[in-house]
Write a protein of this length. Structure first.
Ligand code: FMN
Ligand code: FMN
Ligand code: FMN
Ligand code: RBF
Ligand code: SF4
Ligand code: SF4
Ligand code: SF4
Ligand code: SF4
Ligand code: FES
Lengths: 337, 457, 206, 195, 294, 205
């Protein structure tokens, strides 16, 4: 009567959510940032994002092929990695460097550990860190947005940086720290631009509005919880406020720190990468506070103007320890012997 | 009592799958099919299986005891119909795979008739001695009908240590699709209440709460009205609970109603609470007042694939096949036959599997209901999204436990309290990666049990 | 203690090349990882390091082999350490005298040869149980394996990290060096993937 | 005040910025070998910290009290390693005899770390950095040990997780540990300049 | 002369270093010897033996804190033999000798026999199993495979075998007797207890490769090659007995003789087979033979 | 008495070996130390020769040049005069900067008029390979050839091939790069003034 029935473990129904859907949601959440990048950096944005996505996907495909594993492109996580990597790169970066970064992201950051879900470190940040270490100059050369530099060429040729470059807001704040001077001028002059995004910086990080829009979408879709962003932003704000209270001339005002650099972008899209963040809510708070604090320590005390990438990688490394610390105890308490 | 209905009594975490009860909730209990051959499994409960008391070829009466008990935690079996013992052989069992069973060829296959039930006007549980109640329940072969199948007589045993202060009646029926308990509460209200009072009398509990989810307002109303009618009992209360799965799990129910927590690895009696299901309560009344053994039960046959879903009164031992056929067969392309509901039920392969005392439903799911991805087991790796942790009613770390089992690290699984899992399935239900977390946890428990048996301390 | 009826603890003459692959101290036995990582940013220091290790290995194996019948069990490790430390000091002095540049480049990693597990491992496993000649062969074989492994690693890192090989430009002008490979991260990653490759080859073979 | 500041910065520098494992490649053998489980890693870290403090201090004293006054710097390596080896062996025997529980929990790590280059390496670096106060030598030795403990515990945490995922077969064990260490050393670069 | 002079010259500047080192050596020798005498601790002699067999370089490659730790660990858990990579196979052999692993064997070596011979095509399935690919899991989900006694073919035993001596071939667990060491891991892993450790007194052993206790009719319905308990074999040879619808071989009584051979040939379902390094392929069941002839 | 004999039975080898090895080390050291010393000097000469290829001889000048070191202490500096025939080809001296890991010893050569730098080389440094030790690489050093002797500044990013007072930092090694520039900025003007005072070079632009 009944043919080809199947048996499997209960439960036999599930909620209609898949990994792919989660990843697509993240990509949708990144759309505003990508759009703003497109407006300010034109074809450069498009080329960088395209390069990173294609190379990430292709690398993942090749890795699976080598390991004779089923193709895993369908989960779209490689695409998300590609987009996030691209959005964290300087707009003028040569495409071959972006390709190297993508390959490193996927091979070293992800597939070496066993693919989706296995990686300890955020793949995009591994790629970016490798690029920073390898091509330091290129990775700290910032093209100004097209709205400032009307003459921005349509295509960057690989060898010369022939666009106008500019220091980023954080570079300015670093100068202020070094000179113990003028922090106020910088904050007031740049705060508005960091909100709209009309400043130099990595592709996706410049516009606070676009990031908040995407972040709100992810929160609404429950793709991310509010814990990590809140912890990152809260702790970073606290650290910046302390510095500001100590010396308002040297340290820019805390709001400026929130909107400039990669803090917002990282808080909503990078630190929230579920694979590399702790599992429990308490762990997420600790993780977020760690990311925010380390970022600000590096920004305020360190040699680098921005510390998001390092902070994320460092906290990724201690995530297993955080998980251990925040181990869940059953509702009925620990069993007796 | 309807006036102090309050919402929102519940436990933490859990999920809310689509209820899908509309298929059968308005269908009154009807007699099931006439069956020619019934197989009474000798192990339908937790504890030692009973021993066959008849031989091949013996003639048996309806209600005759055919399986005897040798152990304390055990329940006898009875013949639902008159007929001849056809054979003693292995028959498919929903949990054990195959199990000894007594197959009875019915003398004249007729549809079962619904039990008549007139509560004497002067019914007073105080007239029964607790021991008598317990003994009658034991003789009737009663086991928990809510799913776990623990012999009820052991549960409600008088003078147990520690003393029982509360009797909780489980009318939640939190599983999607199933409506047998609901119909019992609506139609056999007085019988349920009588059973509750008898159970209370037996175990000596001073307080009784009947927990019912707030998606069954009619049942709440009916039970409350019955209590009011009975008049005497100020100590029985209906507690409406928020609709959420697994509200009916006893640990969750106790937490929701009493705000107390059963210790991990423990059972409700440890904190002085007895939990019984409403169908069990009805059967207690049957057993004590009418001396009727547990030979029939109400089964919800449901699912989008069933042509004529409904709630049926069927003899225990009826093959699932016969039931499905009786309900008009399947309409759509069916994908899975589940004994029980879709969250905790057991998928069965062999449709000659007989109905057991604990099996309140047969759900035939279609691919559409299961979801194509789940049907084809399209899994990705765990993305550590933490959703499974968010819903686990026992506050466990399902992904960690499951992956430890998968990687054969049983010590890690144990260190994350694999034993505390109630196998509710919430974690698997929400997992976007479609990982069979509950399945791995179940498997891990089996591994561990075997390991312990092989290596005695 | 039985010596070499089991054949594995010491490399025989006919398997002079065993140290290169089958029992390569770095790639197969994972011994002496610290210098392997530390001095392989370029081929020249790596090669120099290899030579130093060969020198110390040969000398200490000879000495230990000479003393092998006089060793007392609980002072044995102390004797080994003393011997090795002496020859490392001599190697360091020789380097300072004849290869001052390399001496500066290798810095503290030359004295750290003292605690390089390879040397004490060979002293214990081979020289303390075998005659001099065999000990020397063993030292050469192991030393060669160490040197080759270092040079392979250094070669990869130097070419990609600086575009040069043995200080000679080999990559085209347009190549932008991947500086990360000259940094600590490059050492770890390259060795990690190299070991992975070795494991792959070994598995394929068996 | 100045000394305190100096000590703090020195300490942080040797823990974070000049981490012996991640930037100086010292003690890689135990780092690869004993980082499989957190409790083992932590015990190892404690033992290294202990021995490092002991031998850093001792060798600094011998260097400055005996060798430099006598002009015998050339025997420095021999003296250092002998001092370390004997001191550790003594401590180990002592613990084993008089404090068996303590020995069981961390004494078993002691022999392993005698031949570990992190110890000798730190002594040599103290000399190379021209540390000329005993206090500073002690603080840096402790810091070196703590840096090692931190690095090995982080790695152990990661490796405990990696047991449950599908790391490519040829990369299991030492290779993936090295790759992880590489990324860690990248991450620690972020601390450059904070002191 | 010149050379001698320069040597004297060198020596005169070197004696100081020599003396210092002498003193140093003296001091350490004193300290360590005294410590050795005073701080001696008694330990299990086997630990000392194992320790002595190890390379004693305390490299930590075994995952223990040094050779001492490994010596202790391997004593407690012999599965850890072979973890010492510098020592290699030779050291592993020595440790095994010290732990006396082989010495416990008396009589013929134990080897596993899988008591099922049905390949996927021989079996009946009621439904498609879509669960976790593990025998233990599949066994918990009742009855996808009709025979409740037969090999499930998900290879829990294969995963348990550390020697690559088991493989699933067409859904049936098959032992490679040339690789098997008789470690019993597989027999512990099988959730259906199909794998029995058997004293292998001969190159090949005869066995009834079935475990089904169903009655003959049911067995036939579920499996083409199951034991139907007909008892023909027991009539041919003493070595066979039938109980619970299942024939069994008494391995202690087994010898390659005509009677046993006859039992094998009489078996209608071909469930009596040889297992071993050079075992001939199993006979086809009578029904299949008939079908093939027709 | 017996225990002393026991002791010597056990440890004579260790003691004897200690003595023997001590001698071995000391002899080696004695034999090699002149060579090691010589290496240092010849390296200076060789480096200087590389920086001022025209020069045929380097002679220390007789005048005392007193300068203030980076840490504030006064110290004497040996300045070599490089000559081609009898014409002064330039000046060579050694300065010390404080680098990332340790001090950096530099050999600096300037032209005869002390107006532009002829070049520098690294005598000793302990900068991290791949990071700070890139100050030895020509792409970094060549920036100094022809740069003015005062007012050097360090910039991040830019074209290292243009010769001016702007020195482009090594990426990821700002500290090392700064150390070189700072050492130059600190010492060169001091030495220049002293040489001018001693009348060895003219006062001019
Ligand atoms: C997600 C993300 C992470 C980043 N992390 C870092 C970082 O860790 N360090 C860094 O120097 N720049 C990082 N950047 C780039 C900086 O945000 C930004 O471009 C910086 O202000 C560059 O300033 P600079 O030119 O002064 O170096 C990151 C960018 C993004 C989008
Ligand atoms: C996850 C879970 C859900 C359950 N849901 C119900 C339910 O909806 N209704 C019910 O009566 N019992 C349910 N049970 C069984 C109860 O926990 C408990 O065993 C039962 O109510 C006891 O009554 P009984 O012995 O009369 O069956 C559930 C158990 C679990 C573990
Ligand atoms: C392991 C390690 C070694 C380093 N070695 C050096 C070095 O030798 N010289 C140097 O100037 N900077 C070195 N740095 C980097 C400095 O700490 C500092 O971050 C850098 O000089 C800042 O340069 P940037 O502003 O160009 O990024 C090293 C950093 C790390 C993490
Ligand atoms: C909320 C969210 C954030 C993510 N962020 C990142 C990211 O920062 N970098 C990245 O490589 N992948 C990111 N991913 C994709 C995916 O999790 C990642 O590729 C895995 O780490 C690969 O195993 C993100 C995914 C989600 C759902
Ligand atoms: S772990 Fe167990 S109790 Fe928790 S949600 Fe999963 S099945 Fe339910
Ligand atoms: S719900 Fe699924 S994907 Fe999410 S953490 Fe749990 S197991 Fe992993
Ligand atoms: S023998 Fe047992 S464990 Fe092995 S595959 Fe068959 S059923 Fe599974
Ligand atoms: S697990 Fe052991 S007994 Fe079983 S096949 Fe493998 S080696 Fe033989
Ligand atoms: S080589 Fe450094 S610890 Fe072994």
């Amino acid at each position: 009567m009944l043919k080809d029935i199947t048996v499997s473990f209960a439960p036999h129904i599930s909620q209609p959510l898949s990994t792919r859907r989660v990843m697509i949601d993240v990509a949708v959440g990144l759309l505003p940032a990508m759009a703003v990048a497109g407006i300010y950096f034109r074809i450069h944005a498009l080329l960088l994002i395209g390069t990173c996505v294609i190379w990430c996907a292709a690398t993942e495909w090749v890795c699976n092929q080598i390991r004779r594993k089923p193709n895993s492109l369908g989960d779209f996580s490689a695409v998300v990695t590609g987009i996030i990597l691209a959005l964290s790169l300087p707009p003028g970066l040569s495409l071959w460097a972006a390709a190297i970064g993508s390959v490193v992201s996927i091979v070293v950051g992800k597939m070496a550990f066993g693919g989706l879900g296995a990686n300890v470190f955020n793949p995009a940040m591994v790629g970016r860190a490798f690029l920073t270490a390898s091509f330091g100059v290129m990775m700290t050369t910032w093209t100004v947005p097209a709205s400032i530099d009307a003459g921005m060429p349509d295509l960057s040729s690989d060898d010369t940086v022939d666009t106008r470059t500019q220091a980023t807001p954080l570079a300015w704040s670093k100068t202020a720290i070094k000179d113990k001077n003028e922090a106020k001028t910088y904050s007031s002059r740049l705060l508005f631009s960091t909100v709209t995004g009309e400043v130099a910086g990595s592709l996706g990080e410049t516009s606070a509005i676009a990031i908040l829009l995407g972040g709100a979408y992810l929160l609404w879709r429950k793709t991310i919880g509010f814990h990590i962003p809140a912890a990152v932003l809260g702790s970073a704000f606290a650290a910046a406020a302390i510095a500001y209270l100590v010396n308002a001339d040297a340290y820019v005002q805390p709001f400026f720190h929130l909107t400039s650099g990669a803090l917002l972008f990282g808080a909503f899209f990078i630190a929230t990468d579920p694979v590399t963040a702790p599992l429990t809510r308490r762990g997420m708070w600790l993780f977020g506070i760690g990311v925010g604090t380390v970022t600000m320590v590096i920004r305020i005390l360190g040699e680098y103007p921005e510390g998001m990438m390092f902070a994320v990688l460092l906290m990724n490394a201690v995530t297993p320890l955080i998980d251990r610390l925040c181990k869940r105890i059953p509702a009925g308490g620990r069993p007796h012997a | 009592m309807t006036d102090d209905l309050k919402d929102g009594c519940t436990f933490s975490r859990g999920v809310h799958p689509p209820e899908s009860k509309h298929l059968t909730e308005d269908r009154p209990i009807e007699p099931g099919p006439a069956v020619g051959e019934l197989s009474i499994l000798l192990s339908q409960h937790i504890g030692a299986p009973c021993q066959a008391a008849v031989m091949k070829g013996d003639l048996v009466e309806a209600g005759q005891r055919i399986g005897e008990c040798q152990a304390f935690v055990c329940a006898p079996a009875h013949a639902p119909v008159a007929g001849k013992v056809k054979e003693l052989a292995l028959k498919p069992h929903p949990v054990l795979g195959r199990c000894q069973a007594i197959t009875i060829e019915a003398q004249d296959p007729t549809p079962p008739s619904l039990p008549s039930f007139d509560l004497p006007a002067d019914f007073d549980p105080a007239r029964y001695k607790p021991d008598e109640i317990c003994e009658a329940v034991r003789d009737a072969g009663l086991v928990g009908m809510g799913g776990a199948g623990f012999p009820t007589s052991v549960k409600i045993q008088p003078d147990a240590k520690p003393p029982k202060h509360t009797l909780l009646v489980n009318g939640c029926e939190c599983e999607p699709y199933i409506t047998c308990d609901y119909r019992i509460m609506l139609e056999w209200t007085d019988q349920v209440l009588a059973g509750i009072r008898l159970a209370q009398r037996a175990c000596g509990a001073s307080k009784v709460f009947i927990g019912i989810e707030d998606n069954k307002p009619k049942a709440i109303e009916a039970m409350s009205a019955a209590i009011a009618r009975a008049g005497s009992t100020g100590d029985i209360r209906v507690v409406p609970l928020q609709t959420k799965y697994p509200q009916g799990g006893e640990r969750q129910l106790i937490n929701a109603v009493l705000g107390r927590t059963v210790p991990t690895g423990g059972i409700p009696p440890m904190i002085g609470v007895v939990v019984i299901n409403v169908a069990t309560a009805a059967a207690i009344a049957d057993a004590v007042l009418y001396n009727r053994p547990l030979t029939h039960r109400v089964v919800t046959v449901t699912g989008e694939a069933i042509a004529r879903p409904g709630n049926y009164y069927v003899p225990i031992g009826t093959p699932v096949e016969a039931l499905i056929e009786f309900c008009g067969g399947v309409t759509e392309k069916s994908a899975k036959v589940v004994m029980g509901g879709p969250m905790m039920g057991l998928a069965i392969a062999d449709l000659t599997t007989p109905i057991t005392k604990t099996g309140g439903a047969v759900t035939v799911l279609t691919r559409h209901q299961i979801g194509q991805a789940k049907f084809e087991r399209r899994q990705t790796a765990c993305i550590r999204c933490g959703r499974c942790l968010e819903v686990c009613p026992e506050n466990l770390n399902p992904t960690r436990i499951a992956h430890a089992v998968k990687s054969n690290l049983l010590d890690v699984a144990e260190s994350h309290f694999i034993g505390a899992c109630i196998e509710c399935g919430c974690c698997s239900y929400v997992c976007p990666a479609n990982i069979e977390l509950t399945g791995y946890i179940k498997t891990g428990k089996i591994f561990l049990a075997r390991q312990r048996k092989k290596m005695p301390a | 203690m039985a010596t070499d009826s089991d054949g594995q603890t010491c490399v025989y003459k006919n398997t002079l090349l065993a140290g290169l692959w089958r029992e390569n101290p770095v790639l197969r036995l994972l011994l002496g990882m610290c210098p392997t990582l530390a001095v392989t940013a370029a081929v020249k220091p790596a090669f120099t390091m290899g030579m130093c290790v060969v020198f110390v290995l040969v000398c200490s194996n000879v000495m230990v082999s000479l003393m092998r019948n006089m060793l007392k069990p609980h002072l044995r490790i102390l004797m080994f350490t003393l011997t090795i430390a002496t020859f490392v000091t001599i190697a360091d002095l020789l380097l300072k005298a004849f290869q001052p540049d390399m001496s500066a480049a290798l810095g503290p990693y030359v004295p750290l040869i003292i605690v390089n597990c390879i040397i004490i491992a060979r002293a214990e496993a081979c020289a303390s149980k075998n005659p001099i000649l065999l000990s020397i062969v063993d030292a050469l074989s192991m030393g060669a394996g160490f040197t080759v492994a270092l040079c392979v690693l250094a070669g990869i890192r130097e070419v990609l990290g600086t575009g040069k090989f043995f200080d000679i430009q080999v990559m085209p002008k347009a190549f932008v060096p991947w500086a990360a490979l000259s940094m600590p991260v490059g050492a770890f990653l390259t060795l990690g993937f190299l070991l992975g490759l070795v494991a792959l080859i070994t598995k394929k073979r068996s | 005040m100045d000394t305190v500041y100096l000590l703090i910065t020195g300490f942080l520098s040797v823990v974070l910025i000049n981490n012996l494992v991640l930037t100086k490649f010292l003690g890689i053998c135990p780092y690869l070998g004993v980082s499989g489980r957190i409790d083992m890693a932590f015990g190892m870290g404690l033992a290294v910290t202990f021995v490092m403090t002991l031998s850093g201090t001792l060798t600094w004293l011998i260097d400055h009290m005996v060798l430099i006054p006598l002009g015998l710097e050339v025997t420095r390596y021999v003296c250092f390693i002998l001092v370390i080896a004997s001191a550790v062996q003594l401590v180990e025997m002592y613990l084993r005899k008089f404090f068996p529980p303590l020995y069981d929990s961390f004494g078993i790590f002691l022999p392993l770390i005698t031949t570990n280059c992190a110890i000798l390496g730190l002594c040599l670096f103290l000399n190379l950095w021209g540390i000329d106060s005993l206090l500073e030598a002690v603080v840096l030795s402790v810091g070196g040990g703590i840096g090692f403990t931190m690095a090995i515990c982080i790695m152990a945490g990661i490796r405990e997780n990696l047991r449950m995922v599908d790391v490519p077969e040829c990369l299991q064990g030492a290779p993936i540990t090295l790759i992880t260490a590489g990324i860690l050393s990248l991450a620690f670069m972020g601390f450059a300049g904070i002191i | 002369m010149m050379i001698l002079a320069s040597i004297v010259d060198l020596l005169s500047s070197a004696w100081m270093a020599g003396l210092i080192m002498l003193g140093l050596g003296f001091v350490f020798a004193v300290i360590l010897l005294i410590a050795h005498e005073k701080l001696k601790v008694e330990v299990d002699p086997r630990i000392v033996q194992i320790h002595a067999a190890l390379p004693n370089i305390d490299c930590g490659a075994c995952g223990f804190a040094g050779c001492g730790g490994y010596a202790k660990g391997v004593l407690e858990n012999p599965e850890l033999i072979g973890r010492c990579s510098p020592g290699g196979a030779a050291v592993a052999a020595k440790i095994a000798a010290i732990l006396n692993l082989q010495a416990s064997e008396s009589g013929p070596a134990q080897r596993p026999i899988v008591h099922c011979r049905a390949h996927t095509a021989d079996r009946t399935y009621y439904a498609e199993y879509q669960g976790i690919p593990s025998c233990t899991a599949a066994n918990a989900l009742a009855n996808a495979q009709a025979c409740k006694f037969g090999c499930l073919g998900f290879g829990d035993c294969v995963r348990a075998c550390k020697f690559d001596a088991l493989h699933i071939i067409d859904g049936l667990s098959t032992v490679d007797y040339s690789k098997c060491t008789g470690c019993t891991a597989c027999s512990k892993a099988c959730p259906r207890n199909l794998i029995e450790m058997v004293p292998f007194g001969h190159e090949n052993m005869m066995t009834v490769a079935c475990s089904s206790k169903e009655n003959g009719k049911t067995t036939r319905a579920m499996c083409q090659v199951g034991c139907i308990g007909c008892g023909l074999c027991a009539k041919q040879s003493e070595a066979f007995t039938v109980a619970d619808n299942l024939a069994r071989m008494d391995y202690a009584q087994y010898a390659p003789c005509g009677e046993n051979e006859a039992a094998l040939n009489k078996c209608p379902t071909g469930v009596i087979v040889y297992r071993g390094k050079t075992a001939p392929p199993p006979r086809e069941p009578k029904t299949k033979q008939a079908a093939a002839k027709a | 008495m017996r225990s002393i004999r026991h002791f010597f039975e056990q440890s004579w080898l260790l003691i004897a070996a200690s003595f023997f090895f001590g001698l071995l080390i000391a002899i080696t050291n004695a034999a090699l130390s002149p060579k090691i010393e010589q290496n240092r000097n010849s390296k200076l000469n060789e480096l200087a020769g590389g920086l001022l290829p025209d020069a045929t001889a380097f002679t220390p000048i007789a005048e005392t040049i007193e300068i203030q070191a980076l840490d504030g202490k006064q110290q004497r500096l040996v300045v070599y005069r490089a000559t081609t025939g009898d014409r002064t080809a330039g000046w060579v001296f050694q300065v010390v900067g404080s680098g990332f890991a340790d001090k950096i010893e530099l050999v600096v050569a300037v032209d005869a008029a002390f107006a532009t730098i002829a070049g520098f080389d690294v005598l000793a440094s302990n900068e991290t390979p791949g990071f700070g030790d890139q100050i030895k690489y020509s792409y970094y050093r060549d920036q100094f050839k022809g740069a003015p002797t005062d007012g050097l500044t360090l910039v991040k990013g830019g074209d290292p091939t243009t010769i001016d007072a702007q020195i482009v930092a090594i990426t990821g090694a700002t500290v090392s790069s700064t150390a070189v520039v700072r050492a130059m900025d600190h010492y060169l003007p001091q030495i220049k003034t002293q040489l001018q005072q001693k009348g060895l070079i003219g006062h001019g632009n």
